[in-house]
Design a protein around this ligand. Structure first.
Ligand code: FAD
Length: 374
C-alpha cells in the first residue's frame, strides 16, 4: 500500500508541495511508494498577488487555473478533492471535510493560508470568482472616492493600482496606523520611497491613524494617541487591508499558537506530531508571509516527507528558518520599488525597472501557475 499524503490547501505553497511530492513519487526509477491527495476549497489555483490588478483590469486569464493538469501524468498517484477541511482527528489520522467525508492520512501538510478581506477573499467556485472580480471592477469604476484602511504591502499596492488606473477621476485615501507605509520590517529609506511614489500617483496618505469603516459610505479616522481630532471621510468604496488571520481553526488547538497559527519546528513539522507539517502563510515561522519564500519552504517539506515516507528514520531532516526580509512592490503598471538585503551593503533599494523585470509583465503569473502544471 502506498503511503497517503494529504495536502490541505491548493494555493502557492500547497500546490507546489503536492506537485513536488507527486513528481518525486512518479519520477523514473523511483522507489518511493506515495499517493498524494490535494484537498482544496477552490475550483482553481489562483496567485493572490494578481488579485489587485484583476480588481481594475480583467487579467483573470493570467493567473487562475484549474487543477486538471497537476496529477494528469499519472492519475493513480494523485488526486484532487474539492472540499474544505473542518476538523482533524490526530489519533485516527483523519481529516473531515464540510461534506462529511473523512480522509485518512499517513502524512499531512497544512497549507491553508490566511483569511483576507476584499479584494482578496474571492469565493470558491470558478464562475463565482469571475463574477466577484467583475463586480469589484464595476464597484471601483463607479466610485468617486475610495478609502483603503491598512497601509501594509497589500493596501499600498491596491491604493496605487487604483490611482494608476483611474488617475484624477478618483480620490484615493490610504489610512495607516504607522508613520510610513508598510512596517518596520523594512528600512525607512525604502518606506519613504514607497510614500513618494504613492504620492506621485496621487494617493493621499493619512499616517498614524486608524480607520473604521462605518458601513454607511463613511470612514471614521482616529489619530493615534487620541490628541488630534477625529475625521470622517466620504467613501464610495472602502477596502480593509489589515493583517489577515491564519486559516487553521480546523486544526487541533494544541497545534496552534496564541495567534491561531500552526506551530512548527524548524523542520516545518508541527509541534508534537512528526507526521504533520505546516507551510506558508498559515504557520508560525516569524517572518513576513510571502509567496517569494515558497521555494525554500516547499523544498524543505518535500525533502522531509519523502525521507520519512521512505522509512529513513535516521534521516537528518532539512530545516527552514526565517531570513532577512526583501520585498518587491508593484505600484500600478508603471511604478515599482523593492528592497533586498545584500551582504556587506545591508538593505539595498531595487529600482522600478529591476522589480518590473523580476515580476514580468504578468506579475509572475506564468511562473506561479506552473505549480499546477500550466
Ligand atoms: C494582494 C496580495 C499581494 C501579494 N503580493 C505578494 C508579492 O508581491 N510577493 C510575495 O512574495 N507575496 C505576495 N503576497 C503573499 C502571497 O500571496 C502569500 O504569501 C501566498 O499566497 C501564501 O501561500 P499559501 O499557500 O500559504 O496560501 P494561499 O496562496 O492563500 O492558499 C491557501 C489555499 O488554501 C485553500 N483553503 C483554505 N482553507 C481551506 C480548508 N479549510 N480546506 C481546504 N482548502 C483550504 C484556499 O482555497 C487556497 O487555495 C501577496 C498577497 C496578497 C493577498
Amino acid at each position: 500500500m502506498p503511503k497517503e499524503v494529504i495536502v490541505l490547501g491548493g494555493g502557492v505553497y500547497g500546490a507546489n508541495i503536492a506537485k513536488g511530492l507527486f513528481d518525486a513519487a512518479t519520477a523514473a526509477g523511483k522507489t518511493l511508494d506515495l499517493h498524494v491527495t490535494l484537498v482544496t476549497s477552490r475550483d482553481d489555483f489562483l496567485f493572490p498577488p494578481v488579485n489587485i490588478r484583476n480588481s481594475v483590469d480583467d487579467v483573470a486569464s493570467w493567473y487562475i487555473r484549474p487543477y486538471d493538469k497537476i496529477f494528469a501524468s499519472k492519475p493513480s498517484a494523485g488526486k484532487v478533492v474539492k472540499g474544505t477541511a473542518v476538523a482533524i482527528d490526530k489519533t485516527a489520522k483523519t481529516v473531515r471535510l464540510e461534506t462529511g467525508a473523512s480522509l485518512r492520512y499517513d502524512f499531512l501538510v497544512i497549507a491553508t493560508g490566511q483569511i483576507w478581506s476584499a479584494p482578496n477573499n474571492p469565493p470558491n467556485d470558478h464562475d463565482a470568482v469571475l463574477r466577484y472580480f467583475a463586480d469589484l471592477r464595476a464597484k471601483i469604476s463607479a466610485a468617486k472616492s475610495v478609502v483603503v484602511i491598512g497601509g501594509g504591502s497589500v493596501g499600498t499596492e491596491l491604493a496605487a493600482e487604483i490611482k494608476d488606473h483611474y488617475g484624477d477621476a478618483k480620490r484615493v485615501t490610504l489610512v495607516h496606523s504607522e508613520r510610513l507605509p508598510l512596517t518596520d520590517a523594512y528600512v525607512d529609506k525604502f518606506r519613504n520611497k514607497v510614500r513618494a511614489l504613492g504620492e506621485e500617483l496621487g494617493v493621499e496618505f493619512i499616517f498614524d491613524a486608524r480607520g473604521e469603516d462605518r458601513g454607511d459610505g463613511t470612514v471614521l479616522v482616529t489619530p493615534n494617541g487620541g490628541k488630534a481630532q477625529q475625521e470622517v471621510l466620504a467613501a464610495d468604496a472602502v477596502f480593509v487591508c489589515l493583517s489577515p488571520a491564519p486559516n487553521a481553526a480546523f486544526a487541533p488547538p494544541e497545534w496552534r499558537d496564541a495567534a491561531g497559527r500552526v506551530r512548527v519546528r524548524d523542520t516545518l513539522q508541527v509541534h508534537g506530531d512528526d507526521a504533520v507539517f505546516a507551510a506558508g502563510d498559515v504557520n508560525s515561522v516569524p517572518e513576513t508571509k510571502q509567496a517569494a519564500k515558497a521555494a525554500k519552504a516547499v523544498a524543505t517539506v518535500i525533502a522531509n516527507v519523502t525521507a520519512l515516507a521512505a522509512g529513513d528514520t535516521n534521516a537528518r531532516l532539512r530545516t527552514y528558518g526565517p531570513g532577512m526580509e526583501a520585498i518587491a512592490l508593484s505600484l500600478g503598471t508603471k511604478k515599482a520599488i523593492g528592497v533586498v538585503p545584500l551582504p556587506f551593503f545591508g538593505p539595498t533599494l531595487l529600482p522600478g525597472f529591476v522589480v518590473r523585470k523580476i515580476k514580468g509583465p504578468d506579475l509572475f503569473s506564468s511562473k506561479a501557475i506552473q505549480a499546477v502544471g500550466y
